[in-house]
Design a protein around this ligand. Structure first.
Ligand code: HEM
Length: 218
């Protein structure tokens, strides 16, 4: 049987040990770099395979930002770009499973989850569930114009342990995309896949290289 969840954490809360500082620092690098880089890779693929979406994003940034440098204050104007990132994270969540440990025994729809039992939440499967998202494998940023159940989108997790870097990640990914999409266009190549497949890894990793053509905008 699963043991109870300890009420007092098994490390000091008075001060951090060197190991804890190194652990937290490493976690920040691991959690912060690969996740944002992967999301930008997945976004590039979806923009190349959905040229109408890419043009709409380009028009939005031209109309609302003009030649302004993208920054924390003006990036919030770009609602469609925000939808593109949310849709990328829905269809390709870099953290595709999150986990919890039950703090007490509970019954949900006839299923007993015991105190201390680990629970794995399949983020990717949930975010592609046709009961939650119509035509779930299609890349449709417009679907995020409407509010949905917040528990149907778990790319950053949920609750007190939600991703601590979420806001930073969203701002940096949007700024990066504005800089890139202003200058270049992502296009398909003959061997660009319609749909990405993934291999076993800690973060969601494409099974094959993402192949795209990048042409300058004039
Ligand atoms: C697209 C980018 C990112 C995605 C998709 C992402 C996703 C996640 C997810 C799913 C969790 C677990 C949440 C839960 O269990 O409820 C998490 C936790 C965390 N993330 Fe992120 N993350 C991203 C970017 C970042 C960045 C940029 C940083 C730091 C600079 C960061 C730092 C962390 C940390 C420290 C945790 C652990 C929080 C805790 O346990 O209290 N993440 N992230």
């Amino acid at each position: 049987m699963w043991g109870p969840v300890p009420k007092v954490l098994p490390f000091s809360v008075q001060s951090l040990s060197t190991d804890e500082i190194v652990g937290q620092g490493t976690l920040f690098f691991n959690a912060g770099y690969e996740t944002t880089a992967s999301t930008l890779n997945f976004a590039s693929h979806h923009l190349a395979t959905n040229p109408d979406v890419q043009e709409k994003a380009y028009t939005e940034m031209k109309d609302l930002l003009g030649d302004e440098e993208p920054n924390f204050d003006n990036i919030g104007k770009l609602k469609y770009l925000d939808n593109i990132i949310t849709e990328t994270l829905r269809i390709c969540p870099p953290v595709f499973v999150i986990h919890r440990r039950a703090s007490e025994t509970i019954q949900i729809k006839g299923l007993t989850i015991h105190q201390g039992q680990p629970v794995f939440i399949p983020v990717l499967a949930l975010q592609r569930d046709p009961q939650l998202f119509k035509d779930p494998n299609s890349f449709k940023p417009e679907r995020h114009d409407e509010k949905s159940n917040p528990l149907s989108f778990l790319a950053f997790g949920y609750g007190p342990r939600i991703c601590i870097g979420m806001r930073l990640a969203l701002v940096e990914m949007k700024i990066a995309l504005v800089h890139v999409l202003r200058r270049v266009k992502f296009e398909r190549m003959p061997n660009t896949k319609d749909e990405l497949t993934f291999k076993h890894s800690v973060v969601l990793t494409p099974a094959e290289d993402i192949v795209l053509k990048i042409s300058p905008r004039f």
